[in-house]
Write a protein that binds this ligand. Structure first.
Ligand code: AMP
Length: 189
């Protein structure tokens, strides 16, 4: 079973690529941001979650970890591999995910690291913000989201490098070119 993590700054294209690749390889796309926004819109924990998301900081680990594990279990029960998009985002989540794979006798196949300059990523998010309706796609929150990425998420590159799982690709080109680079990686795994 193929289990991937799509990694990168906000605006690197993780969500767009995860959607395309999950369809092509019949994997389940598990976006933590998407799952949290669904809970924000309708769930009991919505108000609490929104208070973190609107500040551009991470939602507490216990909450996110439980939501993502539940979603992954359902996919695995249906014999589908997964793409984690936006998860894990700090060391505790990454360690917890490794334990979760082991407990389910499964393995992380690879981490696809989409590399893009911060300037380009910010441009993309602001463009998306015009239509996304996302309360966190505004300049102040975007700055905080990048700070959160640098402080807590970026160190995971070393963590996965040590596990020999990182595959870095250039995320700057157009959607189709990036998708092709990802196909090549997956087909050679
Ligand atoms: P995203 O859609 O991936 O840009 O995520 C939007 C927001 O949801 C982030 O800025 C965080 O507040 C929250 N979030 C998404 N994924 C996680 C995660 N793995 N851990 C904690 N908070 C998260």
């Amino acid at each position: 079973m193929t289990n991937l993590i799509f990694f990168g700054t906000p605006g690197a294209g993780k969500g767009t690529q995860a959607e395309l690749i999950s369809q092509k390889y019949n994997l389940t796309h598990l976006s933590s941001g998407h799952i949290l926004r669904a809970e924000m819109a309708a769930g009991e924990l919505g108000t609490e979650i929104k208070s973190y998301v609107d500040k551009g900081i991470l939602v507490p680990n216990e909450l996110v970890i439980a939501m993502m594990e539940k979603a992954a279990k359902t996919s695995w029960a249906n014999n589908q591999g997964v793409i984690f998009d936006g998860y894990p985002r700090n060391l505790e989540q990454a360690e917890s995910l490794q334990k979760f794979f082991a407990a389910n006798n499964l393995e992380l196949t690879a981490v696809i690291n989409l590399e893009i300059s911060e300037e380009e990523a910010k441009k993309r998010i602001l463009l998306r913000g015009q239509n996304s309706g996302r309360s966190d796609d505004n300049p102040e929150t975007i700055s905080e989201r990048f700070k959160t990425y640098h402080d807590q998420t970026k160190p995971l590159i070393d963590y996965y490098q040590n596990l020999s799982k990182i595959k870095t690709i250039d995320g700057a080109p157009d959607i189709e070119t990036v998708a092709k680079s990802i196909h090549q990686i997956i087909d050679n795994l």
